[in-house]
Write a protein that binds this ligand. Structure first.
Ligand SMILES: [Fe+2]
Ligand SMILES: [Fe+2]
Length: 277
């Protein structure tokens, strides 16, 4: 389990300024309650996750010997911080729509920051971060290749697609730090399963919570959309499982997944960002 030898990968800190209208339609993803709240749940949990990633990587900086990897780690931190800012801005719009989630988010933040992270320790936090980065890159790959947000308003689509593209761009950073500082295959695998439980549990919880609060949990169309998204039409479950298991191969490296073109095509479309490399 070695970091991949490579030239410096340009990981750019972009500062977009997405103008999502305050009066955006409540069910902004093609009118689908399920799909909208599924995507909203990511906006709620990403900033907590990103603060966790930043802390996990930040405490490794002084232990990274490879100067290229160190530069990438610093850029990774800047990108994740920007993701938290942009999703935080969208979260404020969701709050203004009357969605209730602040109390639950505080509990989740407390659980992660005050209980799980200190209990895990540095090595496991890094392995979980690497596992979560595999899962965000997986979601980014599926979302961009399937154009999952095609029915979303362009401002929201730009936000999610930009985030997806940057997840693809920095997908190897946490993995390479783990490989350099704690190169244990069992730890890497444990981190992935921990990450899976955390991300799928929180996504399911917040999606269900938002749907329940809308009083729509027993609507047939919610369940039709759910099964179509995961099993029958978009087949998210099968696509995600296929990519998920790649991580379990001892030879796996994120940069072996040839998905850079997906991110690059988004950056090309969104070429109006100020950059502060
Ligand atoms: Fe992110
Ligand atoms: Fe990331």
């Amino acid at each position: 389990m070695k970091p991949k030898q490579r030239n410096a990968k340009k990981i750019i800190h972009r500062k977009p300024n997405f103008q999502i209208p305050q009066d955006i339609e409540k069910y902004w993803l093609g009118g689908s309650v399920f799909k909208t709240h599924f995507l909203n749940s990511f906006t709620l949990i990403f900033p907590i996750g990103e603060r966790y990633f930043i802390r996990s990587i930040n405490c490794m900086l002084k232990k990274i010997n490879d100067p290229i990897l160190l530069t990438e780690a610093q850029s990774f931190i800047k990108q994740e911080a920007q993701h938290a800012i942009e999703h935080g801005r969208f979260m404020n719009i969701l709050k203004n729509q009357g969605l209730e989630f602040e109390g639950s988010l505080k509990y989740v933040e407390f659980l992660i920051e005050k209980i799980l992270a200190p209990m895990n320790g540095e090595a496991l936090n890094l392995a979980v971060t690497s596992g979560l980065e595999h899962m965000t890159a997986l979601l980014a790959e599926i979302s961009l290749s399937e154009n999952f947000l095609k029915e979303a308003p362009s401002s929201i689509r730009d936000l999610y697609n930009w985030h997806a593209a940057e997840e693809i761009e920095h997908r190897a950073v946490a993995f390479d730090i783990l490989s350099e500082c704690h190169p244990h295959f069992a730890l890497r695998v444990a981190g992935l399963f921990y990450a899976y439980v955390l991300l799928s549990g929180l996504t399911a919880f917040f999606t269900a919570k938002l749907i329940v609060e809308d009083g729509k949990i027993f609507d047939k169309v919610i369940w039709t959309d759910f099964f179509d998204t995961f099993i029958f039409k978009e087949k998210l479950l099968f696509k995600a499982a296929g990519i998920f298991v790649n991580y379990l191969s001892p030879d796996f490296h994120p940069l072996n997944e040839k998905i850079d073109h997906l991110g690059k095509s988004i950056f090309k479309q969104q070429n109006n960002f100020a950059s502060s490399l």
